[in-house]
Design a protein around this ligand. Structure first.
Ligand code: SAM
Length: 232
């Protein structure tokens, strides 16, 4: 039969079965590698321009935290950073915690194995100076859900906080343009925006102009509805 010949496809990281396997795509996909480089550049920039003293960072749906942790490995402000990363997949959290340990940052960086859509998992770590929301916007149901999430960043962000985000394109649709438009409408000012060299992944850094709001009415800040084998 012809099926066995192609069966490898379904076991390869091209069709990741979970979010842990999805991270293997970083080893092979230029789009993701280029995206990571730009995210690291923006994180580095946000630390560079932060005033002296503590810099609070939160990472929403952090994966294994490689964007923030690899930047801190080699940044002069690393010792000023107090961060909380929130991620649901226990294997990714385990890998992230091992990296934190090896960098000697365990006293400052918390990796929570929990639901990043819930307000309670940010209490004590916010309002933040830098909010990392990478790999999320393509996993929301629609534009209304994106607006809801951006509105709820008011509970995570100080006034003037940086939000660093990514949004992939598919079928020739430049979804990152929609994100930039909704950010403008949600009181965010664009600091920088780049497309990867592959041309199909937008990476942005925006500044939150509104005020920090202390407590949301609802526990749930957004719904993450994406699945790993269709991830953008
Ligand atoms: C596309 S990946 C992005 C990971 C990381 N931010 C990055 O850019 O490499 C999406 C991540 O969201 C995580 N995730 C999905 N739903 C979540 C939830 N409710 N709470 C926390 N993490 C969640 C997945 O386990 C996965 O690691």
């Amino acid at each position: 039969g012809f099926l066995p010949k192609f069966s490898m496809k379904w076991e390869s990281p091209l069709m990741p079965k979970d979010w842990f396997e999805w991270h293997d795509l970083y080893n092979t996909e230029p789009k993701l590698q280029q995206r990571l480089e730009i995210v690291r550049e923006y994180i580095s920039y946000s630390l560079d321009v932060s005033p002296p003293g503590i810099i609070r960072v939160v990472s929403v749906c952090a994966g294994d935290g490689r964007d923030l942790l690899s930047t801190l490995a080699n940044h002069p402000r690393a010792k000023d950073v107090y961060a909380r990363l929130v991620e649901l997949n226990p294997q990714l959290v385990e890998r992230g915690r091992a990296t934190i340990e090896s960098l000697g940052l365990a006293k400052q960086i918390e990796f929570i194995n929990g639901d990043a859509t819930l307000w309670s998992n940010y209490v004590g770590a916010v309002p933040a100076d830098v909010v990392i929301v990478c790999g999320i916007f393509g996993n929301l149901a629609d534009e209304a859900e994106l607006s809801r999430l951006l509105g709820n960043l008011s509970f995570l962000s100080k006034q003037g906080a940086f939000a660093i985000w990514t949004r992939g394109h598919s079928n020739g649709i430049p979804y990152s343009e929609t994100v930039r438009k909704i950010l403008r409408e949600s009181r965010f000012e664009e600091v920088n925006f780049k497309l990867t060299a592959t041309g199909d992944m937008g990476v942005g850094i925006h500044r939150y102009l509104g005020e920090n709001l202390a407590v949301p009415k609802e526990q749930q800040l957004f719904v993450f509805s994406g699945v790993p084998n269709k991830a953008r």
